[in-house]
Every structure is written in structure tokens, then in C-alpha cells.
Design a protein around this ligand. Structure first.
Ligand code: HDC
Length: 719
């Protein structure tokens, strides 16, 4: 490609006697431009004047075969500088406002003179030169203007209140000149240079100063001034051979009131402060029209929020390993269960977050908002009325990092009149820090007693539940919840008093506080992952569930599962009451791993309890040392078809096995079916897993029972 040239163009560079200005002047001249080298020749504090600096640069340009003329006027007399160009070259095409001085003082000591002088040279000077050049540019329908700002203006700098305010003033000046000049092909941009110059020589560290050659910035300015460059109204920072666009961004922000008739209180501002100042989803607004448009859409959201549907609210959710571990404990993960240490110990090699944890950001934004309480026209919904009706979560793309910050956007999509209550369909999209969608949540909140408001009964927005297959389940896993399960789970963020406060529970019509629906769901999905995904959380895609009956903390959850391809249908019931509590539910996996056998009854039919007894005796005889090392007195109950078949005592302290109960109290009791015993003995069923699944019941010393496993793991063909 051809070199970018400036033949026939006339360039005015102010403050071109040294530093950046000189580098600009030399570069433009070397590319064919005629240059007005303006320099008052004063000191860096704006004192004195001399023609030497400008003359030296003009001489250098001429020696190199270029064309240049010196100008010694102050920029405050900008029209005189432009006249120099017109008088000598008959035109002016490019204006580089570069001249500057410093009068650094801490703010407390700054005088009016320090202020006025710096503002005169930087801001007024750039105004005056531009004012003189603008009509010429307009007439010829061409012009390029550069304003010189500074990081001191963009970010502030100690001792430079006068200088930084003038520098940022130049950004404002450029913004408007860019708008007003655009239709006449007059472009105005801002350069934010960090260069070695007389202004910075005793401010910057020597090592950095040496790298900050003005010649490395000059090409950036020259390109911005070339006729082929269409950039206009931009701030370009450049230093040390690097350049990048700087911009002012605006946070997504937060509505501070919920309805147009509401006032804004100081507390509203305080409560939304983290969202107001969060710039993780900030946007660059390209114009004042965009800024006004953004305000108008906030107002639209406010207006549409009056009927509870359509308005969007957002919230920032921060979490770390400790939070995901607390959540895992809240949904029943245990260090005693096979493969679950990964949810509970941050230094585990495969430390993982249970996918249902990503429901938490959605719940947070819902609880922060008051939209649900206003969702039903004419009714204020209290917390004691709301039940979790249904939930859907889909992980989109990569699972986010194990700790970080997420932003959730919440809107009510639909409010259905179910007679006995209102079903409020809430959609929440959760994004990572880069604005990538990571999870889609949908929570159907059932507001008891809020129905009969004349709304539609059926809708289109809720992800539908799916009926379970009609055959027997392919797998079933059970787990008892703790009486303190809700007390533990609520620490993950759902602090609805319904789950802990007996009075609140009574008000809501429950005898005791009930378990969070999402806690039962967390248990269920964890058990599905254990049965069909080998606890590989990356295989999880989505879950949908309907909560049909409350669970009381302490009850045992039984999850029946059916596999159909990569979809695992499930139904959760409470063992003690035999009531279904989660229905119409399924987990979608990316693929199925370590599926439980659909029928564990294969090749078991010949198994005899007596043979097991002989097998154990044999094992203990073969390895009495190991038996003694394990120690303990085990009462071993073998069941067949769910009934007690045989009872033995394994007195491993004395390496003896005999039929019946021990004389004293056994320290550990194990109960297992003869079929599962075979699987245990074959090593096909892990004792921990068997315990988790309720196949091996252990009372007493669980650790001792675990030690027994290697003694049993042998070739069951012997049986
Ligand atoms: C502000 C932030 C909000 C946060 C959200 C919640 C936060 C949490 O802290 C709260 C909880 O975790 S609560 C605990 C978990 N949930 C439960 O225990 C609810 C259990 N379900 C029930 O009790 C009933 O199904 C019940 C009461 C929900 C409905 O029973 P009935 O009134 O008897 O209704 P029924 O006659 O069976 O059906 C009437 C119509 O309603 C639909 N429906 C029923 N159950 C639903 C449910 N769970 N979700 C959605 N819709 C449901 C029925 O389909 C029927 O509609 P249609 O005739 O159109 O099919």
C-alpha cells in the first residue's frame, strides 16, 4: 500500500519548538505537508519568549528538503497563527493544538494567576486557534483538528488542578467541535499522549522517560489527520509505541423507584448503590441522544412495571468457594459419600460447583426486587403467601469460574390466575463479568390466595413439566434430610422466614417451618448426578421441576429416576409420608455416565444367604491378621425380598464369625440384601455408595464399616 502523504496540505502545529510538537512538525513535513511551526519560545511556566525554538525546527525541516515557516505568536492570539499559514501558504488544512504550560501547585495553594494562565494557554488557546481555522475549513469542506488532553485530566493528578481541568475541558471542546464540524468534513479528535517533554522531564521516572519518545506518538496524530481517516470525536491515548481509544462509559445502573408515582428516598439510593456503581456491564453511549434514549427506556421500564410485567431489574451476585461449599452442605453433600468431596473441599483436584448453585443469583435478584409483591393487579403479596411453584435452570455455555461475580437480570414474564393462587412466571438471565449469558433461570412463584383477579389461567411462557414414564424406575436413591436442613440451606441466600420461623410458618398455614423447594431440588439433582453422571457437573444441562407438596426438615427424600436418552425423568417423594413432593421433573444431561444398572437383579437368583456366611468365614480365616486389624464387632443382617434372612456376628477383634447375635452390644450393625451383598463383594457396589443409596444401612461406627470393605472385596464367583 502507498505511504500516507500530506502533499499540498498546510499544517499548523502549536508549541512545535520542542518535544511532541517538534516531532509532529518534522513528520508532517517529511510526508509533504507545508508546516507552520508555532512556538512562543517561552519557559514551561509560560514565562518569557524567544524565536529560537521555532526557528531551529524550521531550519531542520528545510535542511531535510521540506517547507516550513516559523510563527512566534501566543496561542491566545490564535487568529494570528492561522493568518501566518494563510499569508505564507494560502490555506490551512490541519490544526494541531499542542502548546501547553504548567503551573503545578497543590489545590490549596493555587492562585488565580496559576489558574488563569494555564487555562488561557490550553483551553482558550485551543479555542482561539480553532475558532480562526474553522471558517476556513468549512469553506474548503475539509479540516482536521487535534486537541491535546492528558491522563492528568482523565484521572486527576496531585498538584495539577488547573492543568487537569483545562485538559478535560479540551475533551468537552473536541466533543462539540466534532459534532458541529462533521457535516463539513471537519473532524476533531483528542490525543492523550504520555511523552518525554519539557513538561514531563522531572515528573516521570527516568527509565520510563527514556522510552517515551515523541516520535512514537507522532504517527498516531498524523494518521488521525490524514484525509483517509474517518475517526471523529474520539480520545486516543498513546505512549511508548502503543495507542488505544479511551472512552467514557455508563453503568447499567438501577431504577431507584418502582412506580412513576413513587419518590426516591436516600435509603433507595443506599440500597441500590452496588448496582449504581457497578460497571461490569457498562456501555459506551455514542451521543447525547443515546444517553437520553437510555433514560427514556429506564422510564419505560418504570411505567411497564406498574402492572408487574415487563420491567427489568438487575443485581450483582458475588460468590467464592466458601459459598458454593456451604450450598453443597445445604443440599446434603457429604464427605462420607463417594465422589462428593469435590463439592466440599476447595483443594480437591476436581473441585466442582453443583450446577443448581447457579439458581442462587436468580433468587437474590428476586428477593432484592419488590416486583413479585406487586405482580398481581390490585393486591399486595406478602412473603407468607409465596411458595416456590416450579423451577427451571439451564446452564448456557461454559460453567462460570468457581468464584466471581455475576449479574442477573430479572423480569416477570407472565402472571396467571390459578384460582387458588397466582402463578407468577419470573425469568432471570445471569451473565458473567464479560457479559456472557451463563445461566437461564425461571421461577414460577405461587402466591397462595392471590388468584381470582381476572387474569388468564394458562400462559405460554413457563417451561412445561414432563410426565414421568409409566414403567418402574431405573434407579432410586434416598437420603434423609437433617432437622436443621432449612437452617443450613437458608445461609445460601433464601432467608424467607417461612423456613425457620415457627410463627411465620403458622401464619402461612404450616404446622412447622417447611424446607425450601430449592433445597429438595438440590438434593434431587445431586442424586441424579450421582446415579447418571458420575458426579460430573459439566454434564449437566438443565433441570425442570414442580413442587407439589411441602417437605418438613428431617424427612427422607426418595428420588425415583427414569432414563430416556440423555434425559433423566425424576420424581421425589417423602419416604415417611409416601407423598410425592417434586413431580413432572427432569434433568437434561449432555451425556450419561456411570448409569446405574436398570435392573440390579441380574445373576443374583442363585445366591444363598448361607453361602454368604461361608464366604465371610472363609475371608476371615484366610486373612485373620487383616480381620483383627479392622477390629470391631459387627452384627450383620442379610435380607431377602426386604425381609430378615439371616443374622451373623463378625467378631473381627477375635477373627471369628458366627451365626446369631453377639453376647454384648455390637458396635456396628450392617443391614444389606443378599443381592447387594454380592455386588459389594464383587466390588461393583461401593460401600459408601451403597450406604448413600440406602442399600447398606449402617448404625454405629461408620468408619469401621468402611474399613470392612476391602475384606469383602474379592471374587464373588467363589460363592
Ligand atoms: C419474592 C421472591 C419469591 C421467591 C420464591 C419462593 C421462595 C421460597 O423461599 C419459597 C419456598 O421454597 S416454598 C417451599 C417449596 N414449595 C412448596 O412447598 C409448594 C408445594 N406445592 C403446593 O403446596 C401446591 O402445589 C400449591 C399450594 C402451590 C398449589 O396447590 P393448590 O392451590 O391446591 O392448586 P391445585 O388445585 O393443585 O392447582 C390449581 C392450579 O395451579 C396450578 N399449580 C398447582 N401447583 C402448582 C405449582 N407448584 N406451580 C405452578 N402451578 C401450580 C395447577 O396446574 C392448576 O392450574 P391448571 O388448572 O391451569 O393446571
Amino acid at each position: 500500500m502507498a505511504d500516507l502523504r500530506f502533499d499540498g496540505r498546510v499544517v499548523v502545529v502549536t508549541g512545535a519548538g520542542a518535544g511532541l510538537g517538534k516531532a509532529y512538525a518534522l513528520l508532517f513535513a517529511s510526508r509533504g505537508a507545508k508546516v507552520v511551526v508555532n512556538d512562543l519560545g517561552g519557559g514551561r511556566h509560560g514565562d518569557g519568549s524567544s524565536s529560537k525554538a521555532a526557528d531551529a525546527v524550521v531550519d531542520e525541516i528545510k535542511r531535510n528538503g521540506g517547507t516550513a515557516v516559523a510563527d512566534y505568536n501566543s496561542v491566545v492570539d490564535g487568529e494570528k497563527i492561522i493568518k501566518t499559514a494563510l499569508d505564507n501558504f494560502g490555506r490551512v488544512d490541519i490544526l494541531i493544538n499542542n502548546a501547553g504550560i504548567l503551573r503545578d501547585k497543590s489545590f490549596a495553594k493555587i492562585t488565580d494567576q496559576d489558574w488563569d494562565l494555564v487555562h488561557s494557554v490550553h483551553l482558550k488557546g485551543s479555542f482561539k486557534t480553532t475558532q480562526a481555522a474553522f471558517p476556513v475549513f468549512k469553506k474548503q469542506n475539509y479540516g482536521r483538528i487535534i486537541m491535546t488532553a492528558s491522563n492528568s485530566g482523565l484521572y486527576g493528578n496531585f498538584g495539577q488542578a488547573n492543568y487537569s481541568s483545562a485538559k478535560l475541558g479540551l475533551v468537552g471542546l473536541a466533543n462539540t467541535v466534532a459534532i458541529e464540524g462533521r457535516k463539513n468534513n471537519i473532524f476533531c479528535n483528542v490525543i492523550v499522549p504520555t511523552a518525554a517533554s519539557r513538561l514531563t522531564e522531572d515528573i516521570l521516572p527516568p527509565d520510563l522517560y527514556a522510552e517515551l519518545k515523541p516520535e512514537l506518538i507522532a504517527p498516531v496524530v498524523a494518521y488521525l489527520c490524514h484525509e483517509s481517516c474517518q475517526e471523529n470525536g474520539s480520545i486516543i491515548e498513546s505512549a511508548a509505541g502503543w495507542a488505544g481509544r479511551c472512552t467514557i462509559v455508563r453503568a447499567n445502573g438501577s431504577l431507584l423507584r418502582r412506580r412513576p408515582e413513587d419518590d426516591v428516598s436516600i435509603e433507595n439510593v443506599r440500597d441500590n448503590w452496588s448496582i449504581i456503581r457497578d460497571i461490569s456491564n457498562a456501555q459506551r453511549l455514542e451521543s447525547i441522544q443515546d444517553a437520553t434514549g437510555a433514560l427514556m427506556s429506564s422510564l419505560d421500564g418504570l411505567r411497564s412495571g406498574t402492572d408487574g410485567v415487563g420491567g427489568e431489574e438487575s443485581d450483582v451476585f458475588q460468590f467464592c468457594n466458601k459459598d458454593t461449599i456451604l450450598y453443597a452442605l445445604g443440599v446434603g453433600a457429604s464427605v462420607t459419600a463417594e465422589n462428593e468431596l469435590k463439592y466440599l473441599y476447595e483443594n480437591s483436584e476436581d473441585f466442582s460447583v453443583l450446577p443448581t448453585y447457579y439458581i442462587m443469583p436468580a433468587m437474590q435478584v428476586m428477593f432484592t426486587s419488590s416486583a413479585v409483591s406487586r405482580a398481581v393487579p390490585g393486591k399486595e403479596i406478602g412473603l407468607e403467601q409465596v411458595l416456590h411453584g416450579e423451577h427451571y435452570i439451564e446452564m448456557v455455555g461454559e460453567v462460570p469460574p468457581q468464584d466471581g461475580k455475576l449479574v442477573s437480570k430479572f423480569r416477570i414474564s407472565e402472571v396467571l390466575d390459578k384460582g387458588s393462587g397466582a402463578a407468577i412466571v419470573c425469568d432471570i438471565d445471569t451473565f458473567d463479568q464479560n457479559g456472557n449469558l451463563v445461566a437461564r433461570n425461571q421461577c414460577v412463584t405461587f402466591a397462595v390466595g392471590a388468584g381470582k383477579f381476572g387474569g388468564p389461567r394458562t400462559g405460554t411462557k413457563a417451561v412445561p413439566c414432563q410426565p414421568k414414564p409409566s414403567r418402574n424406575p431405573d434407579a432410586t436413591l434416598s437420603q434423609k434430610t437433617s432437622v436443621d436442613q432449612a437452617a443450613l440451606y437458608r445461609l445460601s441466600g433464601d432467608v424467607n422466614p417461612l423456613h425457620i420461623d415457627p410463627n411465620m410458618a403458622l401464619m402461612a398455614g404450616h404446622k412447622t417451618p417447611i424446607l425450601h423447594g430449592l433445597c429438595s431440588l438440590g438434593f434431587s439433582v445431586r442424586l441424579v448426578l450421582s446415579a447418571f453422571a458420575g458426579h460430573d457437573t459439566s454434564l449437566f444441562k438443565a433441570v425442570k421441576a414442580r413442587f407439589v407438596k411441602p417437605v418438613i426438615p428431617g424427612e427422607t427424600l426418595k428420588v425415583d429416576m427414569w432414563r430416556e436418552g440423555n434425559r433423566i425423568f425424576f420424581e421425589t417423594s417423602v419416604v415417611e409420608s409416601n407423598q410425592v413432593v417434586i413431580a413432572g421433573a427432569y434433568v437434561d444431561l449432555k451425556s450419561v455416565k456411570a448409569a446405574l444398572p436398570s435392573s440390579p437383579k441380574s445373576n443374583m437368583s442363585n445366591l444363598k444367604s448361607d453361602a454368604i456366611f461361608e464366604f465371610i468365614v472363609d475371608q476371615v480365616k484366610q486373612d485373620p491378621g487383616k480381620a483383627k486389624a479392622i477390629g470391631g464387632v459387627f452384627l450383620y443382617n442379610i435380607t431377602k425380598d426386604g425381609k430378615q434372612a439371616k443374622q451373623w456376628t463378625m467378631d473381627l477383634k477375635n477373627a471369628k464369625v458366627f451365626e446369631g447375635k453377639p453376647d454384648g452390644k455390637p458396635n456396628t450393625t450392617l443391614t444389606v440384601s443378599d443381592e447387594d451383598f454380592l455386588l459389594l463383594a464383587e466390588g461393583k457396589l461401593n460401600p459408601q455408595q451403597a450406604f448413600m443409596k440406602g442399600k447398606l444401612k449402617v448404625t454405629g461406627n461408620i468408619m469401621l464399616a468402611q474399613k470392612l470393605a476391602p475384606l469383602l472385596k474379592t471374587n464373588a464367583a467363589k460363592l
